[in-house]
Design a protein around this ligand. Sequence first.
Ligand code: SF4
Ligand code: SF4
Length: 272
Amino acid sequence: MDAAEVKKMAREFGADLVGIAPISRLQNLPPQRNPLSISDRTKAVVVIGYRILRGTMRGIEEGTNFGSTYGMFGNSWLEHEFLSRTAYLLTSWLEEQGVEAIPLLPSTESSGQNFPDYRVVAEAAGLGKVGKGGFFLTKEYGHRQRFAMILVDADLAGDPIQDIDFCRDCDACVKACPLQAMTVGNDGAVAIDFDLCNRCQNGASPKPGSCDKVDRYAAACGRACMIALADKIANKFAQPFRKRQAWSIGLRGDKKLDGEKVAFVGGVCPKQ
Ligand code: SF4
Ligand code: SF4
């Protein structure tokens, strides 16, 4: 069994993305974020990703459906059904090869457990890089993917680390935030006020105990990133995503469309 065979099996089990990080790239992480804290026999981490389908964001973009489109197919089922199943199947196959394999879904510091940061591990596995807006960005799907990790006690060749810079001359996510929760420092780094994100009604959903502090993929910032990267990534579409200027909701529930205050009826955008 070698790295190529592991990656072939990951794709056969349904993964859209797969990369391998040798432990040498991760061994100096702090204990709470170090795979060696979970198993000191870890020699490599296999990272698998599922794309978040663009279509799952349509209901939020239109202001008409949040839960049964993105909430299920882009969020909870994607992570806890589809991605988890592929992680389980690949882990089972690895164990049939005599490898101890430990499957993990990303978690947060609030869980109080030792957990590798999926962004750090995915970057070490050559899958992409964290962008200014805090999203992990890949050449394949931009900001649209979720990851699981499998720690293995086998030596597997690592994938080359990618040197992509999608964020040069871009601040679409910062400008798109209706609450001004993202601020750019003098060094160009972006600070995110997650307290504001937790109160955001623009497609964000608080998600304690899993993946990110706040689920922002389909929020105004995330959809702006998707649009900014549409021509730069491999997963292209015939039609542009956005049909009209984005709607927004302020902290006091004030709703806007095309820059003007409007009254939404039952959560449905009135100009459709
Ligand atoms: S989640 Fe909402 S408040 Fe936070 S950065 Fe995105 S749009 Fe702004
Ligand atoms: S919107 Fe632009 S600056 Fe923000 S994360 Fe995406 S690519 Fe980077």
